[in-house]
Design a protein around this ligand. Structure first.
Ligand code: GLN
Length: 537
């Protein structure tokens, strides 16, 4: 434990998408593995109050925390690496900063002063950065600043960092600048100039980078590191190479080899030790030495984008390692699935996951996919919209309610088997108004879910507006689809299963958000295991 919390700021230079989130999470892992209570925070310079209203095409997956914050997908990496839950305080956007400053202004809290970017916006940023530190729960707070140095919209954040470094004093805060060292194949050379410029841009705002983490496709020679150190005013041991890795889970070890944790701890005047990465490395070993492969179809409408289903893909990596199999996830676009091509597209699969989603596009393909796996005994996991599609499919094809649908897709449907909750009916605002965050679920003992969790009371995270309509529950149960989990306070259905099928589970919540390297999610673990059994048959 440290006396006062220490702050690490991570900025990005030269290009976006360098993986600040993974570097921050990897450093945090190394610090945590030396006994420091570490958390990570992401500051996003856009004006949306949170990414909840952003399309996955714009921003990738929206990650949800226990306390119901709709956040940047980097928070998912933080949780998966650290196995410590994040919260609302771990993700702050410019929209939220301005919203709270403007609310204060309307309440008259600025006592007649002119409200300005400096000091009012920067003060609010500084306050948000220190909330986690002041909680007493952490020794080290790593704050990742979204965007690239030089962007107009990042300026208030960089200014807040400059001020905080002074406020906090020497050895209490440092800046890591993540940058790119491009390789020019025509010249056969790695180039340092873009980094020199981005370090200078940072300096123009009064912020000096203490450590450079350099993304590169090729090894950085000693002389190149020395050159970077000389031109960028950093110590040579503070020039850290971050070479492309085959999996993000290799990055903590790569940073360890480069001594990133050592330089950081020295700069912060903290003791450094050998990090205990035993469990982490056991996971890596299993992940890299699978005994067999299963192929799982991921049916969704954003499948062309890696980031849209980030947590699901990572949960499969954790569950694969646990089962010592490699999970080959085959993305299948639901919009192009038809009764004619469904067998061709799905029959070779060992399991099918129907993904979460919003809106009408692609839903008939999802329903077609559920029908195929149900009739062909292929293991099935439906998440959120995927679960709702399983209910609609069963209502239409087994209960013979031809026009059964969700109110989301057809407000006039004769059989709204998926309905809007009473409490949602008057909701007009779209942002932050869904059923969000952690809710209790009680599980029936005679179910797959009970076997999976080994418990009857669980908590899982939610992000949806529509629900299983309990008016149809007994009819559905009579023809073979059972509700095996429900929220004890509201009786909302959380889990459905088909006991006559080898492994058919639909969940209204999002298990993928809670899967971590240290705690692979049991639903994914058992789903992969069911897929393996199916394959062996
Ligand atoms: N669109 C559905 C709802 O709002 C499902 C949401 C989801 O899959 N996350 O209920």
């Amino acid at each position: 434990m440290t006396k006062e919390p220490k702050y690490i700021f991570v900025t990005g230079g030269v290009s976006s998408s360098l993986g600040k989130g993974i570097i921050a999470a990897s450093l945090a892992k190394l610090l945590q593995a030396q006994g420091y209570r570490t958390t990570i925070q992401k500051l996003d310079p856009y004006i949306n109050v949170d990414p909840g209203t952003l399309n996955p095409y714009e921003h990738g997956e929206c990650y949800v925390t226990d306390d119901g914050a709709e956040t940047d997908l980097d928070l998912g990496h933080y949780e998966r690496f650290l196995n410590v839950p994040t919260s609302q305080a771990n993700n702050v956007t410019t929209g939220r900063i301005y919203q709270s400053v403007i609310d204060k202004e309307r309440r008259g809290e600025f006592l007649g002063k002119t409200v300005q970017v400096i000091p009012h916006i920067t003060d609010e940023i500084k306050h948000r950065i220190q909330i986690l530190g002041n909680s007493g729960d952490y020794d080290i707070i790593i704050t990742e600043i979204g965007g690239t140095v030089g962007d107009i919209e990042s300026l208030p954040y960089i200014e807040a960092v400059r001020q905080l470094q002074w406020d906090l004093g020497e050895h209490n805060a440092l800046v890591i600048h993540l940058t790119l060292i491009p390789y020019l194949s025509a010249a056969g050379e790695l180039k340092t100039k873009p980094t020199q410029h981005s370090v200078k841009t940072l300096m123009e705002s009064g912020v000096h980078a203490d450590i450079l983490v350099c993304r590169t496709e090729h090894e950085l020679s000693d002389s190149l590191k020395a050159k970077l150190a000389r031109f960028c005013n950093v110590k040579k041991e503070a020039v850290i190479q971050s070479i492309d890795a085959s999996t993000i889970y290799d990055v903590p070890n790569l940073m360890l080899e480069e001594g990133l944790d050592k330089v950081v701890l020295k700069e912060l005047n903290l003791k450094s030790d050998t990090p205990d990465l035993k469990r982490w490395n056991e996971f890596l070993k299993r992940h890299k030495n699978p005994k067999s492969t299963v192929t799982i179809g991921l049916i969704g409408k954003y499948v062309e984008l890696q980031d849209s289903y980030k947590s699901i893909l990572e949960a499969f990596i954790h569950a694969g390692a646990e089962n010592e199999v490699s999970v080959n996830v085959e993305p299948i676009h639901s919009e192009y699935l038809t009764p004619e091509n469904i067998a061709f597209k799905l029959q070779h699969l060992d399991g099918v996951l129907v993904a979460p989603g919003f809106g009408e596009r692609g839903i008939e393909g999802k329903i077609e996919a559920v029908k195929f796996v149900r009739e062909n005994n292929i293991p099935f996991l439906g998440i959120c919209l995927g679960m709702q599609m399983a209910v609609i499919e069963y209502a239409r094809n087994v209960l013979k309610l031809e026009n059964a649908n969700s109110i989301e897709m057809d407000e006039e449907t004769e059989h709204p088997v998926i309905n809007l909750m009473e409490s949602q009916k008057d909701v007009i605002n779209k942002g932050g108004t869904m059923r969000l965050g952690s809710w209790d679920c009680k599980i029936e003992t005679n179910s797959i879910a009970y076997k999976v969790y080994g418990a009857s009371n669980i908590e899982e995270r939610h992000r949806h507006r529509f629900e299983f309509n309990n008016a149809y529950k007994s009819q559905m149960e009579n023809v073979g689809m059972k509700a095996t989990g429900f929220n004890p306070e509201t009786e909302l259905v959380e889990i459905v299963e088909i006991p006559s099928h080898p492994w058919f589970v639909g969940v209204q919540y999002h298990p993928e958000y809670k899967s971590t390297v240290a705690n692979p999610h049991p639903l994914f673990v058992e789903f992969v295991s069911a897929a393996l059994k199916h394959k062996k048959k």
